[in-house]
Design a protein around this ligand. Sequence first.
Ligand SMILES: [Zn+2]
Length: 412
Amino acid sequence: MLTRFAAIGATPGGGVTRLCASPEDGRARDLFRETAGVAGAGVRTDAAGNQFARFPLTGDSCAPLVMMGSHLDSQSRAGRFDGTLGVATALRVGAALMRARAAGARFNADFVAVNWTNEEGARFRPSLLGSGVYSGAFTADYALSRRDDNDISLGEALAGIGYLGSAAPPPLPACYLELHVEQGSRLEEAGASIGVVGRNWGAIKIDARFLGEQAHTGPTLMERRRDALLGASYAIAGLREVAARWPGRVHSSVARIRVEPNSANVVPALVTIAVEIRAGDNALLREAGEAAEAVLAQAAARANVTHDIATRTEREVRALPDAPAALVRRCADEAGLRRLDMDTVAGHDALSLLGLCPVGLVFVPSIGGITHNEAEDTAPEDLAAGLTLCTMAAARLCRAGGAPEAALDQED
Ligand SMILES: [Zn+2]
């Protein structure tokens, strides 16, 4: 399953480029639909392009749901398991549950495998867009009107690949589970194969604009120049120092820049940078965010330009609920899998659902912590560990009617 997905948008370096709503994403969506259909699921696409495959385990269309999934879109030249592992595993779990049902097992919840649209935020921003529409954080209109760098909207792009859906999404599940690669090296260092996520780091994301004055790069006197790119450059260097103030506790980055008019002979008039500040503590996140905004102001003043904040979003540090994590720990222990409680620093679709329903987020190791990189990899035995664990947890949840507290009492 993973090999088949990895072939779609495969890059020479062993990774994938499968930007949201690209033709490659369309082919991956086709594979999702076909695979789920063969296993007996009914597949529908909602207005945000999210794909839901419902495996009818109960025969009752009003039965509670256990939902599991992640995303099939990727960054450019990214790893083949990021997101795809969670979706492929959910499809395999759904098929396994259907086989168990055919063999006589009784379930009290249906199982839904989901592929969320635009988790990555690579082509369309913000990230977590499809799961954000499902959770009510964004309207579908907002999501579909997001535009890429070529001014193509998400709605146009989804229509172009045949995945601008109109189906109502399923109701909130009784429990949502997501399996993802760790994208760090803590599991590897601990010799564990399963990460049980208990908390997410917070993030402040800012699109900052530096506004200078367009001029000739030759004759314009140096003291007269108002160079927006110079202001952005001071900011980029200064923001790195923000993280350095709290070593290991704050991460900062500027990873995207837009220069206008972007000609070698024109002093830049407008530069937009995408700033991220992340921290594992809300007070610290706020303090680092204020420090970052001070850096932006100082950088603009130093370059004799002005600046403003075009967009600013904040994701708080939050705890994931206890019951799904307890179920994951129980299943890992019974399967003899070494586990580690940990935070997630990266955002995941599971966080969109946090607070709306019980959510469990499970990691398997990333070799060397390499991520958002073609060389991203996970050992086959760890991929298998993730599948074993998710199959156990999902089966118990579906037998228990979806509630993780009740699933804790279940045995295989
Ligand atoms: Zn991901």
